[in-house]
Ligand binder design. Structure first.
Ligand code: ADP
Ligand code: MG
Ligand code: ZN
Length: 198
C-alpha cells in the first residue's frame, strides 16, 4: 500500500537544460528528507545509462542509489511504502507518468520530478509540459552558457562540433554527440530547420 501522509502529498518539478544542476538539486532535497527519517526512493528511466546503472549521478559527482525502471507501471509498483518519490530524467518516461505522479501525490506522497523542459530543438520535452502544469512547486534552473557565460536555458546538441540536424531523433543514447548549455541568443538550430518547417 502507498503510505498515507497526513500532511498530504504534492508534486514538485525541477526543470532546466543539461548541466543546470537538476540532479544535484534532486539529490539535495532527497537527502534532507532521508535525514528527517522519511522513506525515500529515487527512480530513473532505464534508458539513461550515461553513468552507473543504478546510481543517479550529477555532473558535479554527487550520487545516490537510483532504481532503474523500464516503465511507469514498474515505477508505481515499486513506490509502495515510500513517503517521498523522486523521478530523475522524467522527460524520458511515457505520458502516463503524469497520471502516476498525480495518483501518488493524491495518496499523500511527496513526488519530485526532475527533467529537461526542452529538447535540443527547444520544443517541450515529452511529459514535461503537463507535469509543470500540475505541479504545486516548480523550479526552473539555468546553467552557464558555454558560449557567452550568460544564463543558459537551452541544450545544444552538436555532431562533430556542428549544430545537430533539426530532424534528428529526440532521444539518442550513446551516440557520438556532445551537448552544451546555451542561452537563447547562442542556441543554434540545425541547418535543416527551414526544410523541416517547409
Ligand atoms: P543536470 O542534472 O541538470 O544535468 P547536474 O546536477 O548533473 O545537472 O550537474 C550540474 C553540474 O554540472 C554543475 O554543478 C557543474 O559542476 C557541471 N557543469 C558542467 N557544465 C556546466 C555549465 N555549462 N553550466 C553549469 N554547470 C556545468
Ligand atoms: Mg541530471
Ligand atoms: Zn550565450
Amino acid at each position: 500500500m502507498i503510505r498515507h501522509n497526513p500532511s498530504g502529498g504534492w508534486l514538485e518539478v525541477i526543470c532546466g537544460p543539461m548541466f543546470s544542476g537538476k540532479s544535484e538539486e534532486m539529490l539535495r532535497r532527497l537527502r534532507r528528507a532521508e535525514i528527517a527519517g522519511q522513506r525515500v526512493i529515487l527512480f530513473k528511466p532505464r534508458i539513461d545509462d550515461r553513468y552507473d546503472a543504478s546510481d543517479v549521478v550529477s555532473h558535479a559527482g554527487a550520487r545516490m542509489r537510483g532504481v532503474p525502471v523500464a516503465s511507469v507501471p514498474e515505477l508505481v509498483a515499486r513506490s509502495h511504502g515510500a513517503d517521498v518519490v523522486g523521478i530523475d530524467e522524467v522527460q524520458f518516461f511515457a505520458a502516463e507518468v503524469v497520471g502516476a505522479a498525480l495518483e501518488l501525490a493524491d495518496a499523500g506522497v511527496r513526488v519530485l520530478a526532475a527533467g529537461l523542459d526542452q529538447d535540443f530543438r527547444r520544443l517541450p520535452f515529452g511529459p514535461m509540459p503537463d507535469l509543470l502544469a500540475h505541479a504545486e512547486f516548480v523550479d526552473k534552473l539555468q546553467a552557464v552558457c558555454h558560449r557567452c557565460g550568460g544564463p543558459a536555458t537551452t541544450t545544444q546538441r552538436l555532431v562533430d562540433g556542428e549544430p545537430a540536424p533539426y530532424s534528428g531523433a529526440t532521444i539518442v543514447v550513446g551516440a557520438n554527440e556532445q551537448y552544451e548549455a546555451r542561452c537563447r541568443d547562442c542556441h543554434e538550430a540545425g541547418t535543416d530547420l527551414a526544410a523541416v518547417a517547409a
